[in-house]
Design a protein around this ligand. Sequence first.
Ligand SMILES: *Cc1c(COP(=O)(O)O)cnc(C)c1O
Length: 410
Amino acid sequence: MPNELFNSYMTGPDETGRFGKFGGRFVSETLMPLILELERQYEVAKTDQSFWAEMNDLWTHYVGRPSPLYSAERLTNHLGGAKVYMKRDELNHTGAHKINNVLGQIILARRMGKNRIIAETGAGQHGVATATVCAKFGLKCVVYMGAHDVERQAPNVFRMRLLGAEIVPVTSGRGTLKDAMNDALRDWVTNVRDTFYCIGTVAGPHPYPAMVRDFQSIIGKEVKDQMSAAEGRYPDTLIAAIGGGSNAMGLFHPFLDDMKVNIIGVEAGGKGVTDKMEHCASLTGGRPGVLHGNRTYLLQDDDGQILEGFSISAGLDYPGIGPEHAWLHDIGRAKYVSITDNEALEAFQLCCELEGIIPALEPSHAMAHVMKIAPDLPKDHIICMNMCGRGDKDIFTVAKHLNFDMGTLS
Ligand SMILES: *Cc1c(COP(=O)(O)O)cnc(C)c1O
C-alpha cells in the first residue's frame, strides 16, 4: 500500500473524472451527452476481451510492439554513474508513441459506428498518427490545426494530405493548438451523429485523460516485463518528457504503486522558466485553471488568459498538462523538472554520437535530465527513460540552431 491516505495511486479518476482537485468535466450542455455516451462505450470496451484482442493484434502487426528496451551502454559509460535504459517507442510505426492511443480510440470509434474522425494537432504528430489509422480503416479524417502551425509544419501537413486527411487551418483566437482544440470541440457538437473526436494527449474532459492513459500504459507494462527479464527487478527511476503528458503517463502509471520507483516528468523549459514565459513548463511555471474541459495547471497571465508556450520542440508546447500529472505533482508521488532548449540540444547531439539514435527533441529533454542526474548515482541504480519519438522530423530545426547551412550540401 502506498501510504495511509491512498490504497492505490492507480485507481483514479473518481466517477466525476477527478484526480484530487484536478480533471473533471467542464463542458457545455450540448457536449455533455456526447461525452457521457463516449464514457459509457469506453467502460464497456475496456472490459471486453475482443476489444483488447483487436488492439493487441494491431499493436503487434501494424505498430511493431513490443518496442525494445535498450541498454544504452556507451551513454552509461560516458555519464559514469547510473545504468541507463531506453524504452524504444520511437521505433513504432509513424515514429512516436502517439499511435498507441490513436489505435485505441479509432477501434472504439468503429465499435460506436462512427466513420468520421476529427482531431486537433499542434506540431502535426497526432494529426499524422490519426490520418494513418484512418487511412488503414478507410475512415474520413479531418484535422484542425492552427494556421501558424500549418505554415511551420509543412512536412507533416503534406504527410496528412498524402494519407487522405483534410486539414482545416484554424484562424480563430490566435490560431494556435489551443484554438484548434476549441474548433474541434465545436465540430463535434455540430456533427454528433457520425463523428468521433480523437484527442492526442491525456487532456480534455473525462473520460479522455483516463482513456488515453490506459492506451499508452502499454509502454509501462512492457517495461515491467522487459526490465524484469533483463535485470530481475524494476528500474529505480523513470524519466519521460511532458507536453500534455501522454507518453509519460503511459510509462509511469503501471509503476505508481511501486513505491521504490522514483518518477520524474520533464517539462520544456524553453529559454528558461522565468516570468518572461518563454517556456512550456505548466507545472513548474503555471497555475491551476480550466482549459479544454478539465482543471489543471496552465500557462496563464495575471488575468487568466492562456499563454502560448515556447519551446524548440513543437510537440511540447501544449499550454496545459494532463490533470493526473497535476495531481501526482500535488501529492508528491511524481517529481517534475524542466530542461531548457540548449540542454535538450546538447542531449540530442550526445544521443546521436554515442548511441546511433537520432532522438526527437521531445525525448531529448528527458535525456538531458538523465545526463544531469546519472553521474551522481551509483552504478547499480537503473534509470529507464522513454525514447518516445524519433528525430527525423527535427533535423531542420536542429540544423538551424547549430548554424548548419543545409543549402551548402546541395
Ligand atoms: C506529441 C509528442 C510529445 C508530447 O505529447 P505527450 O502527450 O506529452 O506525450 C512528446 N514526444 C513526442 C515524440 C511527441 O510526438
